[in-house]
Design a protein around this ligand. Structure first.
Ligand SMILES: [Zn+2]
Length: 462
């Protein structure tokens, strides 16, 4: 979509035309088509954009009070590259957009918001870090040996960890990018000057170059949502999109995590509320057993008893319970073979039970579903995930992934339904998978034809 609307560089147009041997192919191609041919090219393209911007910015002259200029994308390029190659090998729906390097974060590590601990212990990235040509005595570059922690980066880091547990989960749909790669400092105490505080025509030139590169990055990543960290980048992003008549990219504003911004003491909590739910619920969130309460573990155990019951009854072993206000209001398992109805999955049976429960109590099922937690031994299939998201179920905890029909794993239903449901999986996954294997192992090829037929329906839909 973006490619249709963005003016591409002549080189990129030429590349496309060469591949397809058709002139002006950019008008007809989406990024998806293009990237499906050369998906491995994304890191290389991003690095090319970064180098192009570095070159343009190196020609600018900045006036006082700017005394020192750092470009960590140059002197810590190896780190920047390692970050991109590790976490940005594919298109990203979300671009988390920062402003420019902080003195104790990206200026030290070359990675946007690259707080030292985050880079070393969470990203686990280590590469060569040089020094800027002229170093500010108050802002020395010590790389990963720097002992100072940047508060903005630390806040982001804590937020990322909270919503995603691992960096791979966090970056599954998201890329973290700084609008401007330069950090500016004054002579006196090395005090930071933001791009927003620059004056004169050089500011305009800087923004033009940064805008062009941001557009290239959005195009390369086929981004749909920009999360702007701070008002300056929000305004920049919105004006670029407006200027290019791009209306399919949404800009979400988040307060910048800097402690210098008033009113953002609980930045992490605020960020979590504003962050698109689907992005941290739909990723491969793996449950840490320590995160579960004893009652949640108990509920999961009950779901397992239904899965085992399914196995004994020659049904695909998936067990499920729905909990509302600490009460189990529905429990069940697959009954596909028994009913000879391919849609009677455990979750569907439970949905019907909840509707019956609400009828009996004369309460609105909508209110109940929105407060239900589901414990299910296997990741809901595409059909069930769509149904549960539409009902605005509060949360789903599942055991093992469903590699054949999973509503996240095979086709991520959240990308089309934008659910409010919080989904996590991975608890007792081996055990849940062992039950499935037991079932499929038990499929008897010499069984009467009717049974084999029924089972084949079963395996297609669970
Ligand atoms: Zn299902």
């Amino acid at each position: 979509m973006l490619r249709k609307k963005l003016k591409l560089s002549s080189t990129e147009d030429a590349e496309l035309s060469e591949i397809y041997d058709v002139p002006n192919m950019s008008l007809a191609l989406s990024n998806k088509h293009f990237n499906s041919i050369e998906p491995e090219e994304i890191p290389a393209k991003l690095l090319k954009h970064a180098n192009g911007l570095n070159e343009k910015l190196s020609n600018l002259s900045f006036n006082k009070p700017v005394e020192y200029i750092y470009n960590p994308v140059e002197y810590a390029f190896d780190m920047y590259e390692a970050f991109i190659r590790k976490f940005c090998n594919e298109e990203k729906k979300i671009l988390l957009l920062g402003m420019n390097p902080g003195p104790w974060g990206m200026a030290q590590t070359g990675i946007p918001f690259g707080e030292i601990k985050m880079v070393k212990e969470w990203y686990r990235i280590e590469a060569k870090i040089n020094k800027p040509a002229i170093e500010c005595p108050d802002r020395p570059i010590m790389g990963l040996n720097c002992h100072r922690s940047e508060i903005s980066g630390k806040r982001l880091y804590e937020f990322f960890k909270k919503v995603s547990d691992t960096p791979e989960n966090f970056f599954k749909n998201t890329y973290l990018y700084n609008y401007c790669p330069l950090a500016f400092m004054m002579k006196q105490n090395g005090k930071n000057i933001t791009p927003a505080q620059l004056k004169g025509s050089v500011k305009k030139e800087l923004e033009e170059h940064c805008n062009d590169t941001l557009l290239q990055v959005l195009s390369t990543l086929n981004t749909e949502i920009i999360i702007a960290l701070g008002k300056y980048v929000k305004d920049q992003a919105e004006s670029i999109l407006r200027a290019h008549n791009i209306d399919h990219i949404q800009v979400i504003y988040l307060l910048h995590p800097s402690p210098q911004i008033p009113g953002n003491q609980n930045w992490g909590t605020k960020a979590q509320k504003s962050y698109p739910k689907k992005m941290h619920s739909s990723s491969n969130n793996v449950l840490n057993p320590n995160e579960l309460s004893e009652s949640e573990k108990h509920y999961m155990e009950i779901a397992f008893t239904y899965a085992r019951d399914a196995l004994r009854n020659q049904e695909v072993p998936v067990g499920c319970i729905f909990v509302y206000n600490n009460e189990i209001i529905a429990k069940g398992r697959n009954t596909v073979n028994e009913t000879r109805n391919a849609t009677r999955h455990a979750e569907m049976n439970c949905i019907d039970d909840v509707i019956a429960y609400c009828d009996e109590k004369s309460i609105e099922s909508k209110d109940v579903f929105e407060n239900v937690s589901i414990y299910v031994t296997v990741e809901p299939c595409i059909m069930c995930a769509a149904a549960l998201y539409n009902l605005k179920i509060k949360q789903i905890l599942f055991g093992c992934r469903n590699d054949r029909f999973g509503g996240q794993t095979v086709f991520d239903v959240s990308t089309v339904l934008n659910p409010v449901t919080d989904v996590k999986g991975g608890y007792r996954a081996d055990e849940a998978m062992a039950l499935l294997k037991e079932f499929y192992k038990g499929t008897n090829p010499s069984a009467p034809p009717s049974k084999v037929k029924i089972k084949s329906i079963d395996t297609k839909l669970v």
